[in-house]
Design a protein around this ligand. Structure first.
Ligand SMILES: [Zn+2]
Length: 423
């Protein structure tokens, strides 16, 4: 897919940002970021400035992309997002995104502006960590050149990391673990869920050849993957309170939980309780639902809704056809599908004190932006599906990812810091 950045290119562009804006942008170091099994190591940057206006303490915010290898647009979009942010902050300037005409449909998507206060507050009020590309090795497998025709689909649709296949397995699909199923929240799902239910519809697998393979449940553990350890350590060590994970596709903004449907009435019915092991029953049954405080559910839903509204208002333009293709839904993650061990659920779960050894944590908001097309609406709405054409599809998606990220940061920077509390 010509145009998209390899892991080495992401690394080089992040290095350039840190050397161009040394006062605003710091690079991850070898001590806090490990390479993938294949050696990929683009890492992260921390963006932030301290001025008289800066609050203290301030929120730690994390934005990630490229967890899933084949989802090509988010890492590039987060790279240009950082570049625009740092250039605009240095120039004390708003950011005007020019109009863009879809070369296929001829739909014109209007110009829009991110106001200067959003730029200033993002840099001065927050400690912002951005990991444009979590899954370096997977990305490079997708973008590999010279692949024989028989293997091209395998490369193009690769989702996992590149951990070597378990011994004895020669199927090329047995390589890798799904990073977004390897976090420490109900990770070993056959233990935690009632897998005898035919309609459990769990989107996770213990079979290494599956694209949502969680890792080795016999002799392994959650956080077995270097990419997962990197992110989980960052969430813990930096006390991340606002998290946005950018994926393709679906045109959704997802809020917690992904592990189950939500309930507000029974705090004891939650993911930390072993007494519900084997009884968690997915969204088709009401025997088990996951506890989320009512006000946190409302705040998460409102934030997801606000991101969807801003994407439509700013990036969607005025042509009704364009607006139809820029309409995002705000839904609980489990409504897309039930999954254990996800990045966003783990980050959100850190707020629940029992998991973190009794140490209260500042409230956490963890959302997932599923950018791109909506395959359910037909081929005209696909926006290139997992592999958006860099010229025909990517520019539209880049605008949407940028508006989503700007809106998220604007909300975080407008919220007064709350000291750590137990839920
Ligand atoms: Zn994904």
């Amino acid at each position: 897919m010509a145009g998209y950045l390899t892991s080495a290119a992401v690394k080089a562009r992040l290095d350039t940002l840190a050397t161009t804006y040394p006062a605003l942008c710091k690079r991850s170091g070898p001590a806090d970021w490990a390479a993938g099994w294949g050696g990929g190591l683009s890492g992260y940057v921390k963006v932030g400035a301290s001025t008289a206006a800066s609050p203290s303490p301030r929120w730690a915010v994390l934005i990630t992309g490229g967890v899933h290898a084949r989802e090509l647009a988010p890492p590039d979009a987060l790279m240009t997002f950082l570049e625009k942010m740092l250039a605009a902050y240095t120039a004390s300037s708003a950011i005007t995104y020019p109009a863009w005409t879809d070369p296929v449909s001829k739909i014109v998507y209007n110009s829009f502006t991110i106001p200067w206060p959003w730029v200033r507050r993002a840099v001065e009020y927050l400690d912002l960590y951005v990991v444009p590309l979590v899954n370096d090795d997977g990305r490079d497998f997708v973008l590999a050149s010279g692949v024989p025709p028989a293997d091209q689909q395998l490369h193009k649709m690769w989702r996992k990391n590149r951990r070597a296949a378990p011994s004895g397995l020669t199927d090329p699909k047995a390589v890798g673990v799904d990073i977004n199923r390897n976090f420490d929240i109900l990770w070993n799902f056959p233990l935690h869920y009632d897998t005898s239910l035919s309609d459990l519809a769990m989107h996770a697998s213990t079979n290494p050849v599956d694209e949502n393979y969680i890792g080795d449940v016999t002799s392994g553990s959650a956080e077995s993957e270097p990419e997962v350890k990197n992110l989980a350590n960052l969430m813990r060590s930096k006390q991340i309170s606002y998290y946005l994970d950018v994926h393709l596709v679906g045109r959704d903004v997802l809020y917690p939980w992904g592990i189950e449907s939500n309930q507000n009435a029974t705090p004891a019915m939650n993911f930390t309780s072993a007494s519900f092991d084997g009884k968690r029953d997915g969204i088709s049954h009401a025997g088990y639902k996951e506890y989320i405080p009512k006000d946190m559910e409302a705040a998460s839903a409102a934030a997801a809704r606000h991101i969807a509204d801003q994407i439509l208002d700013k990036a969607g333009g005025s042509d009704p056809r364009g607006r139809a293709r820029s309409t995002y839904k705000a839904i609980p993650s489990a409504q897309m599908y039930v999954a254990s061990g996800t990045t966003a659920d783990y980050c959100f779960s850190r707020w629940f004190a029992p998991v973190t050894g009794g140490a209260p944590t500042s409230p956490v908001m963890a959302l997932v932006l599923e950018a791109g097309g909506d395959p359910k609406l037909g081929p005209a709405y696909n926006e290139g599906y997992f592999s958006p054409d860099y010229v025909k599809n990517y520019p539209k998606l880049e605008r949407e990812v940028h508006v989503g990220a700007w809106t998220f940061l604007s909300m975080a920077s407008a919220t007064a810091f709350v000291q750590p509390v137990a839920p």
